[in-house]
Design a protein around this ligand. Structure first.
Ligand code: FAD
Length: 496
């Protein structure tokens, strides 16, 4: 077996290592356009901020190590330019020497990832405007930051954008984030992101929502970012974090099927429309676990697992990829936001029926010192109670709850299963009624009709004169810190 792999980072490196574990004899060649393989993309923002102090820590492995440990032929600075499916060969350009050559294959794995978007905005190519994908990008960004720049603008408040915002602030840079949507972290439901915006503001970040950059200009001391609103933001460093697109050129040129948003089409064995070619990672279209619809989800976990599964299938095992459910997490200063499965807005867009509940527990027993608050939202089917998605924002413990709920979504569990879940408990770790149980109790109670619920949107949508009587049963302090106009406060302990 001669296996060629295009792309040597998350999906490609996983596929290569797994292939060797399954076959000692196969000839395995990995082609990587950049100088590094298997680097830690996810750690890049923290190298800028100094949390990861040494650059070499970002290199998870090296071509030499892959050779000595796995007998892999790793060719860095080697760009694959074309695939000839009929002759089963690829055309390679060695970027160091300029030499061009061909390599034949029995099986081919495409793991080319996704490239950051650079929208065609006037001035986009001016020096000082960066995207972040690899070590070369981070070197350029860090070089600017190390010069002691004063102002940065991050265009796009997604995961990578906000991770960079945090690290710029840690480096003492006055940072503005500009986001087209009216919320940060667009995959989340808006109300779940409010604590993240509050945290950003508290840390001195300027957050401009519902705004977009429509031009960049050179200025005497750096750049000016022009917004559609007319606002002008001075900056010595601009980051574009406005999304990625699958690197599908090779696949498209070779006549492989791609989806409407460009993701390479694969079956559940991760085989493309050519049975000798597999594809994995950010470049592919996957099945959404909840909706069953095709989607694209650029995350490291799925890419790594897909690499392994593609190798399994190539070496004779029958392994199916179950789909991706978009389980993701981000830290923004001392806040954590995490989600899994469908969001409310995705369910609304798809016109799918759902109910939702929110709970606001602490991450461990309230009487034990250090309990941190979180807001947990779950979405579920209105009749069956099947869990469709979950989001949480808070401090410690958010990661654990979303991981448990991610498993529940994948296992097709219902809110009644959440009521019954037996989770590890001691006061410093959780509660005898864990936040997951609490969410299950509230959702189960809603579906059983024990305590009917009106969603806040419905209350707010009613004209002020027709609003129902609103009783706010929180403590006077909580009431004073914010409430719906017209609500009457009788704390729950006084109500009876
Ligand atoms: P990549 O890892 O991007 O690898 C593709 C490689 O293929 C590239 O190195 C490219 O040079 C090479 N290549 C492309 N075309 C060719 C060609 N024609 N010839 C040769 N080589 C080629 N995900 C998370 O889940 N959690 C996180 O916290 C997280 N943080 C991130 C932070 C940053 C800054 C970035 C950039 C990404 C982050 N991600 C995170 C996303 C995650 O890194 C990707 O989902 C994952 O790397 C995708 O793996 P992949 O193998 O598909 O592509």
């Amino acid at each position: 077996m001669k296996l060629l792999i295009i792309g040597g980072v998350a999906g490609g490196a996983s596929a290569a290592a797994r292939s060797r574990r399954l076959s000692e004899d196969a000839q395995i060649i990995v082609f990587e356009r950049g100088p590094d393989v298997s680097f830690a993309n996810c750690g890049l923002p923290y190298y800028v901020g100094g949390e990861i102090a040494e650059r070499k820590k970002l290199l998870v492995t090296t071509p030499e190590m892959l050779k000595s440990r796995f007998k892999l032929d790793v060719r860095t600075r080697s760009s694959v330019e074309a695939i000839d499916r009929t002759a089963k060969k690829i055309h390679v350009r060695d970027l160091s020497s300029g030499r061009e050559y061909e390599e034949t294959y029995d099986k081919l794995i495409l793991a080319p990832g996704a490239a950051p978007l650079r929208p065609p905005i006037p001035g986009i190519d001016l020096p000082g405007i960066f995207t972040l994908r690899n070590l070369q990008d981070v070197d350029r960004i860090k070089e600017r930051v190390d010069k002691g720049i004063k102002q940065a603008v991050v265009v796009g408040a997604g995961f990578i954008g906000l991770e960079l915002v945090e690290n710029f602030v840690k480096r003492g840079i006055a940072t503005t984030v500009v986001e087209l949507q009216d919320q940060v972290l667009p995959p989340f439901d808006k109300e779940m992101t409010t604590p993240i915006v509050e945290t950003l503001l508290a840390k001195g970040v300027t957050v401009l929502l519902g705004q977009s950059a429509d031009g960049f200009e050179q200025a005497p001391d750096g750049l000016v970012v022009r917004l559609k609103s007319g606002q002008r933001l001075p900056a010595q460093l601009v980051i574009l974090g406005v999304g990625v697109r699958p690197e599908n050129k090779l696949a498209v040129d070779a006549g492989l099927e791609v989806g409407p948003r460009g993701g390479i089409r694969v079956n559940d064995h991760l085989q493309t429309s050519d049975p000798n070619i597999y594809a994995v990672g950010d470049a592919i279209e996957v099945k959404d676990v909840v909706s069953g619809d095709p989607t694209q989800v650029p995350l490291a976990g799925p890419a790594n697992r897909q690499g392994r599964i593609a190798a399994d299938n190539i070496f004779g095992r029958d392994v199916r990829y179950r789909g991706t459910q978009g389980t993701a997490i981000v830290g923004v200063f001392d806040r954590t936001a995490a989600m899994t499965g469908a969001s409310e807005k995705a369910l609304r867009r798809a016109n799918r029926p759902f109910r939702k509940v929110y709970v606001h527990p602490t991450h461990h027993a309230g009487y034990y010192p250090g309990a941190e608050a979180m807001t947990l939202k779950i979405l579920f089917h209105p009749e069956t109670g099947k869990l469709l998605g979950a989001q949480a924002v808070g401090g410690a413990g958010v990661d654990k709850r979303i991981d448990v709920l991610s498993v529940a979504v994948q296992a097709g569990m219902t809110v009644y299963d959440l009521e019954e879940m037996e989770l590890a408990y001691a006061p410093q770790y959780g509660s005898a009624k864990d936040p997951i149980n609490m969410a299950g109790f509230v959702a189960g109670g809603l579906l059983r009709g024990d305590h009917p619920q009106v969603d806040v949107e419905a209350v707010l949508a009613a004209p002020a004169t027709e609003r129902p009587f609103l009783l706010d049963v929180r403590t006077p302090q909580e009431f004073a810190s914010g409430h719906i106009p017209g609500a009457v406060n009788i704390p729950v302990d006084d109500l009876r």
